[in-house]
Design a protein around this ligand. Structure first.
Ligand SMILES: Nc1ncnc2c1ncn2[C@@H]1O[C@H](COP(=O)(O)OP(=O)(O)OP(=O)(O)O)[C@@H](O)[C@H]1O
Ligand SMILES: [Mg+2]
Length: 271
């Protein structure tokens, strides 16, 4: 089976700072694939490489057979038509209504007449429970509504693959749970392949078929597989800690450093 997204030996850096190297994974049709890991391990950086915003420093990515870093305009257009993206920050245009935010995409990539565009926008907003909100500005929406609007916009072209960077961050647990249901419904109803970056364990167990875990120190992938299996069977303490394998998330008591001991240790090291 040809993967929808193929990542081979990928490396990324900002100046001298190598974020990761040797990262390889495949995402197959219809999968919900999660990318997890602590702050700063490079999740958004991979996301930027996969959506063509950042050129990798090594390796390559193919999304539906096309390199997102290509400079071939026709290939890029084909790729963008079939790809939906929800950025970490949401990124709706603040001066435009929800309707105009969504119409912009349809007008750029299709020659559909206005009544059809109208129908598509209303259907997509209905799908994320924002029916009747088309004339609101992003500033008039709550955080949860903004996220749902972002999904509706990402879905407006019925993409083959949907990239979501922390879709449920900042949502209350109930809204976040509803969001997971929405993601699952889109995945099963439309067969959309999804790549989701998330910190939310519940979300991972609720929706993800497979997951990779990145690590800042390792500068790459430290675990890959079914999140339930990783929780049960991984022996790696970093993976166990993340997936809740019994290590307390917060130490019971925060140890205060002993300044006298620190000075003595440093003198010993110098000697
Ligand atoms: N534009 C940039 N210029 C320089 N360094 C950057 C830039 N963007 C990210 N970095 C660095 O690259 C590393 C990875 O950042 P990235 O945003 O990919 O992490 P992340 O896993 O998405 O973190 P978070 O969970 O906080 O969103 C960090 O050390 C960060 O400081
Ligand atoms: Mg990030």
């Amino acid at each position: 089976m040809t993967p929808v997204v193929k990542v081979e030996n990928l490396a990324a850096r900002y100046g001298k700072n190598i974020v990761f190297e040797g990262v390889s994974f495949d995402v197959f049709e219809g999968e919900i694939f999660a990318i997890v890991g602590g702050n700063g391990c490079g999740k958004t950086t991979i996301f930027k490489c996969m959506t063509g915003l950042l050129k990798p420093s090594g390796g390559r990515i193919l999304v539906r057979g096309i390199d997102p870093a290509t400079e071939d305009r026709e290939e890029l257009k084909t790729l963008r038509k079939g790809t939906g993206v929800l950025f970490q920050s949401g990124a709706l245009f603040g001066s435009m209504t929800l309707y105009d935010n969504m119409a912009l995409v349809l007008k750029e990539y299709t020659a559909l007449p206005s009544p059809v565009i109208d129908m598509i926008i209303r259907t997509k907003l209905g799908m994320v429970r924002l029916a009747g909100c088309e004339n609101l500005l992003p500033s008039e929406l709550s955080g949860g509504m903004k996220k749902r609007a972002g999904i509706a916009r990402a879905m407006v072209m019925d993409p083959v693959v949907l990239f979501l960077d922390e879709p449920s961050a900042g949502l209350d647990p109930i809204t976040s749970g509803e969001f997971d249901i929405l993601i699952k419904n889109v995945n099963t109803g439309m067969g959309t392949t999804m790549i989701i970056i998330t910190h939310q364990l519940e979300s991972i167990f609720n929706v993800a078929h497979r997951v990779i875990m990145l690590d800042k120190q390792a500068k790459g992938i430290i675990a890959e597989g079914d999140p339930r299996e990783l929780r049960k069977h991984s022996k790696d303490p970093r993976v166990k800690a993340f997936f809740g394998g019994g290590i307390p998330r917060y130490p019971a008591k925060l140890e205060q450093p002993n300044p006298d001991k620190l000075i003595a240790d440093s003198k010993k090291q110098k000697a």
